[in-house]
Design a protein around this ligand. Structure first.
Ligand code: FUB
Ligand code: ZN
Length: 655
């Protein structure tokens, strides 16, 4: 493993975002989404499915400390799915990130009060999971496969770390470190412990994050153990199921333990399989452990899995998880558009994985996937007003199918206010609120820019402070200006990602040519940088008519329009019904314009195309020639669909 290539992403506190695209989204998350989700977690959204999340914490706190009274009836029982704790934990994480870039004493107070409740629910040995605290602690750790204790623990950790980093307050962090100790005492290979691991991954990456703060080798060792033990024979989940007479939902399915990526050791897994969110979180944790321990075989497994996803199982929107059955991956080149599951959380998980891989070695192939997911399959999960959410993000929607075709029942034609299983909305909030930490990474002597997001960021690549400022109207325009603030001339390598979608670009420094070499898709400039140096890059943002690999049977004869990182779609609101009858025209006949009053400001693509006309004679089958009429087609960014009216949508269009 070439450790000299390792980089670290910049901490959130060192980046200030001023981006014209992401800035408003982040602000909406802060001002709309976070308060709205707080109401949802407290079951105060009329007409929305109750969360029970905060109620469960209050109930658990009352049961743990009978002198406490949060006004929750003690005989009421646990509410919602077993993993409801994670929704509050993700909310804490997202809210904490916003505090970094927008201090808010009232929000901090709400968080402190919630943390008090959570800590009151904690058991004396550190255990902290409201499902078992409420339903019976004697059953804890008896169903790691399905009951999400270690998943909630992982999310608690992520939330606690974020809050500690935002405020310096350790109460939640210390509580969760005690919980980590409890887990360590109960789970592992040593005699008397359960040789188990998470049924839903996330704790692996959270523990590495914790290790980076505490430096406590036990935290890294627990993450490594979870990864190494997964799928080892005899299968823990099989033994656990037999021992505790647990259900095994996937018993008669082809996927069995691979649903949990636990059917074989992780280093023997070469294709992404099973539940997509679980998989993406596992692979992210594997990348973290590989980097922290310098484990070559683990990194090789990460690369195999990354390539399998990016080259064979990822939608053009960066979405993953083709199948509603099991919210799972299916198989290579199987990318159905209308029945896609494409869970928002899964695209977010892929972004986590891609971010980690690009820290291990800056390569455009990694950051391109990150960017693809961010600008498309992730933010499609949220309405433009931040008040409604998609769980499922298909690439084609026909409203009648969603009602009458069982295979499309999971597809909603309008974003929902909340969900009984509300994993996606807080996940969206936490990734957007922490976007500052995705833009750059650095190592001794080098800074890399992975994403083009208007911001200023502080580095010290060689001891001296460097300020890197990005100004751009990306993704609508391809010009990015990068200026450097340094006290004295400072020598370091600056690496700028050249997106793989970009066929042509120009680069200049202070108006003159600058020498660079391309390595792994980054333009590397090794020089002494002076204060005020201004680098200008212009990425050609021509509209591209993209094809899918011919192995993808759904997209044969079709094209998808992209411009820069943005994937486009046709919507009924602009193009009428039966979008599947439309054909694009010639790539030459295109009009691209920015519509500032449409969908919060988007660049649209107008193309002259054709529509198959009705048959003169009617009838279901026949031999008539296809007759076309001319049609103007309007393409809008995919992420912005379903923000005007419910209707059809299609990404892939007949050529
Ligand atoms: O199981 C917890 C979360 O609920 C998963 O990550 C999502 O896919 C949803 O099933
Ligand atoms: Zn989700």
């Amino acid at each position: 493993m070439d450790k000299s290539k390792f980089t670290n992403h910049l901490p959130l506190k060192d980046v200030t975002i001023s981006d014209t695209f992401w800035g408003p989204i982040m602000e909406r998350v802060r001002t709309q989404v976070i308060p709205y989700q707080w109401e949802a977690l407290n079951d105060r959204i009329p007409g929305a499915a109750p969360s029970y999340s905060i109620r469960n914490f209050k109930l658990a706190a009352e049961l743990t400390h009978p002198e406490q009274d949060y006004g929750v009836p003690r005989d009421i029982g646990f509410g919602g799915p077993v993993f409801q704790d994670s929704d509050a934990a993700k909310w804490i994480e997202a809210a904490a990130y916003t505090l970094v870039w927008h201090p808010d004493p009232a929000l901090e107070k709400t968080l402190d009060d919630l943390i008090d409740v959570i800590c009151n629910a904690q058991q004396s040995d550190g255990y902290l999971d409201t499902y078992y605290i409420v339903t019976g602690l004697e059953k804890r750790f008896t169903n790691l496969k399905d009951h999400h204790e270690l998943y909630c623990f992982g999310h608690f950790l992520e939330g606690a770390i974020a809050y500690y980093e935002a405020t310096g307050k350790r109460k939640l962090l210390d509580a969760i470190i005690r919980y980590a100790g409890c887990i360590d005492r109960n789970i592992g290979l040593e005699p008397g412990k359960l040789p188990g691991y998470p049924g839903h991954e996330v704790a692996e990456m959270a523990l590495v994050k914790l290790y980076n703060i505490t430096g406590d080798k036990a935290h890294l060792a627990l993450a490594k153990y979870f990864i190494d033990q997964r799928g080892q024979a005899p299968l823990y989940f099989e033994k656990e199921t037999e021992r505790n007479k647990n259900d095994f939902y996937w018993k008669d399915s082809f996927v069995r333990y691979q649903y949990y990526q636990a059917g074989k050791p992780v280093r023997d897994q070469h294709t992404a399989e099973g539940h997509a969110v679980r998989a993406a979180y596992l692979y992210s944790g594997m990348a973290d452990v590989a980097k922290a321990t310098g484990d070559d075989s683990l990194l090789e497994a990460c690369n195999n899995l990354f390539n399998n996803i990016a080259e064979r199982q990822m939608y053009i929107t960066g979405a993953i998880g083709q199948s509603a059955y099991g919210e799972m991956f299916t198989y290579d080149y199987h990318l159905p558009n209308g029945t896609a599951y494409a869970e928002t959380c899964a695209a977010i998980g892929l972004a986590f994985f891609a971010k980690r891989m690009s820290a291990i070695a800056p390569r455009a192939a990694y950051a391109d996937v990150l960017e693809r997911a961010l600008y498309n399959g992730i933010i499609s999960g949220m309405s433009l007003d931040g008040k409604a959410f998609f769980y499922v993000n298909p690439l084609e929607v026909i409203p009648e199918s969603c009602l009458k075709d069982r295979n499309c029942h999971h597809v909603k034609i309008e974003r929902q206010k909340w969900f009984g299983c509300a994993c996606c909305p807080p996940n969206l909030a936490r990734i957007t609120a922490s976007l500052g930490s995705y833009i750059h990474s650095s190592r001794q002597g080098a800074i890399f820019t992975h994403l083009f997001i208007g911001s200023s960021a502080k580095f010290s690549p060689n001891g001296a402070n460097v300020l890197v400022k990005l100004e751009t109207r990306y993704p609508w325009e391809g010009k990015v200006e990068i200026s450097f603030g340094v006290k004295e001339g400072t020598k370091f390598t600056y690496g700028l990602r050249v997106p793989l979608w970009c066929k042509k670009f120009s680069l200049s420094l202070n108006g003159a040519d600058i020498p660079y070499k391309i390595e792994d898709g980054y333009a590397l400039m090794d020089r002494e940088w002076k204060d005020g140096d201004r680098l200008t890059v212009n990425f050609d943002m021509g509209v591209q008519f993209v094809r899918a690999n011919p192995h993808v049977r759904e997209n044969i004869g079709k094209t998808a329009l992209t411009r820069g990182p943005v994937v486009y779609c046709l919507e009924e609101a602009d193009n009428g019904k039966e979008l599947f009858r439309l054909h694009t025209g010639s790539p030459g006949d295109i009009n691209v314009k920015f519509e500032k009053d449409l969908l919060e400001g988007v660049t649209v693509i107008d193309v002259t195309g054709k529509r198959e006309k009705d048959w003169a004679g009617g009838g279901l089958y026949g031999t008539d020639e296809t007759v076309f009429e001319d049609r103007k087609l309007r393409f809008i960014p995919y992420y912005a669909w379903a923000n005007r009216s419910a209707g059809e949508m299609a990404v892939w269009v007949n050529k």
